[in-house]
Design a protein around this ligand. Structure first.
Ligand code: NAD
Length: 481
């Protein structure tokens, strides 16, 4: 069975205890590899390597740091096929999705930040005839990057790339549920000749290896993406040490559809925004609000189109929906369908586990599920489910739909569908979210600020915001004469 290894000080090695955790292929429901069960001693070793590498890496001309990142991007693209297969097997997402979205985006992250750093500049503030202020931005030092299982390499690289480009050295931990593409990335970094200790990847449990990264007094900042509860715990450990924190957390995103929308575009995009990656994207629109005049038509068309989405092996090119990530996550999603029924909801389609044939019979598959008849404030409509489950609610007024959309503790993203431009501006302005998409979904310009408000997180990633995070500003004020 394949054994994944830690990547510390430029070398692949087991954990200090030489113990392993099982890693599952969710499409078959079986263990297929093992990962190091690392602890604080492994994190300490990774920290020491990162700390020793920092002076040289941070002083390397940015053009040279950029060249390493561009080389990594190139190698990711060269290994598109292998990485996509690995990501799919580890996560349950279709190979098709990994190949068209996850892996190309991981390469794009390295390329974007590898070139972005060449354009990053600090500010100067002149006090007329009196003084000049200029701001230096120095890399923080050793930083920690911790990522979730839903978009494994995509989100792992989204943190690592800006940290490295900014001149920080990194101790990173991918999710223990989907460690494989991070392991392959460590092999790519070795091939790219990245100097030892610049990037260190420690595998293992969040409560052990993850916690040791967050608690380590020498690690200056934590960039974390994951669940809101974990984010709160991380903040409680990191804040007393005054670490910089970037927290990208859960969501319960509204998809607001007005009767005057471009109906066909809206319908096909809403299928994606509801069920892409089995609904396991933090940006998926899980609460669909539809203006009353088109509610019945939308409901019928949406149910018909959803019922046709093929749930199948992630390896098959005609599968649109693969497996959800784990057995426990499948149980959690199904328990929410039961809760929705208890809360008075009607399941219009899906709602059950699906058993495939042959080698995939033990895989974790769920039919895409649409539920209606729930109040906006019931638990099903307030809590993050993070699976292929959406609710439909008709609305009559802008006031109602805004109140319902903003009623959750989360505030990550929202979609609005209307051809009325004034209304689009008005609604976008009133939504309590960090991101609003009008007549589209998940259309990403990597320069834009990415992140949420309320319990969806603190801080922003993307563009120069990420460089601001991984650097410390220092103002120098020089008086004339
Ligand atoms: P999770 O919080 O369980 O785990 C995320 C990462 O944190 C994993 O690497 C895990 O090992 C680690 N971790 C767990 N406990 C830790 C601890 N005590 N100390 C340090 N690290 C710890 O989240 P998940 O289940 O992997 O991912 C799903 C969640 O991520 C969902 O809530 C989803 O909305 C959220 N998410 C948010 C965004 C965003 O950009 N806002 C993007 C993707 C996913």
């Amino acid at each position: 069975m394949k054994k994944i290894l830690n990547y510390i000080n430029g070398e692949l090695s087991p954990s200090n205890t030489n113990t392993y955790l099982d890693n599952y292929d969710p499409s078959r429901g079986m263990v297929y590899s093992q990962i190091p069960d690392s602890d604080e001693k492994d994190v300490e070793r990774a920290f020491k390597a990162a700390n020793a590498a920092f002076p040289k890496w941070s002083k390397l001309p940015k053009e040279k740091r950029s060249a390493y990142l561009l080389k990594i991007a190139e190698l990711i693209e060269e290994n598109l096929e292998e990485l996509s297969r690995a990501e799919s097997k580890d996560n349950g997402k279709t190979i098709q999705l990994a190949k068209s979205v996850d892996i190309p985006r991981a390469a794009a992250n390295f390329r974007f930040y590898g070139t972005g750093i060449l354009h990053y500049a600090a500010h100067a503030h002149e006090m007329e005839e009196l003084a000049i202020n200029y701001t230096l931005r120095h890399p923080l030092g050793v930083v920690g990057c911790i990522s979730p299982w839903n978009l494994p390499l995509y989100l792992f690289s989204w943190k690592i790339a800006p940290a490295l480009a900014a001149g920080c050295t990194v101790v990173a931990k991918p999710s223990e549920v989907t460690p494989m593409s991070a392991f392959l990335l460590s092999e790519i970094c070795i091939k790219a000749g990245l100097p030892p200790g610049v990037l260190n990847i420690v595998h293992g449990l969040g409560s052990k290896a993850g916690n040791a990264i967050v608690a380590h007094p020498g690690i200056k900042a934590i960039s974390f993406t994951g669940g809101t509860k974990t984010g709160a715990h991380i903040a409680s450990v990191a804040a007393p040490q005054f670490k910089k924190l970037s927290l990208e957390l859960g969501g319960k995103n509204p998809n607001i559809i007005f009767a005057d929308c471009n109906y066909e575009k809206m319908l096909s995009t809403t299928l994606h925004s509801s069920f892409s990656n089995q609904g396991q994207i933090c940006l998926c629109g899980s609460r669909i609000f539809v203006e009353r005049p088109i509610y019945e038509k939308f409901k019928n068309d949406f149910v018909e189109r959803t019922s046709k989405l093929k749930v199948g092996s992630p390896e098959s090119s005609d599968s649109k929906i693969g497996a959800v990530v784990s057995e426990s996550h499948m149980e959690k999603i199904l328990s929410y369908v039961e809760l929705a029924k208890k809360e008075g909801g009607s399941v219009l389609c899906g709602g059950k586990r699906m058993i495939l044939e042959g080698e995939f019979e033990n895989g974790y598959y769920i039919e895409p599920t649409i539920i209606e008849g729930l109040s906006y404030d019931c638990r099903t409509n307030q809590e993050e489910i993070f699976g292929p489950v959406v609710t439909l609610t008709p609305f009559d007024t802008e006031e109602d739909v805004l109140h319902w959309a903003n009623s959750v503790i989360y505030g990550l993203a929202a979609s609005v569908w209307t051809e009325n431009t004034s209304r689009a501006h008005r609604i976008a302005n009133e939504l309590h979210t960090g991101i609003v998409w009008v007549n589209c979904w998940m259309l990403r310009d990597l320069r834009t600020p990415f992140g949420g408000v309320k319990s969806s997180g603190v801080g922003r990633e993307g563009g120069f915001e990420a460089f601001d995070f991984f650097t410390e500003p220092k103002n120098v004020c020089i008086k004339y004469n």
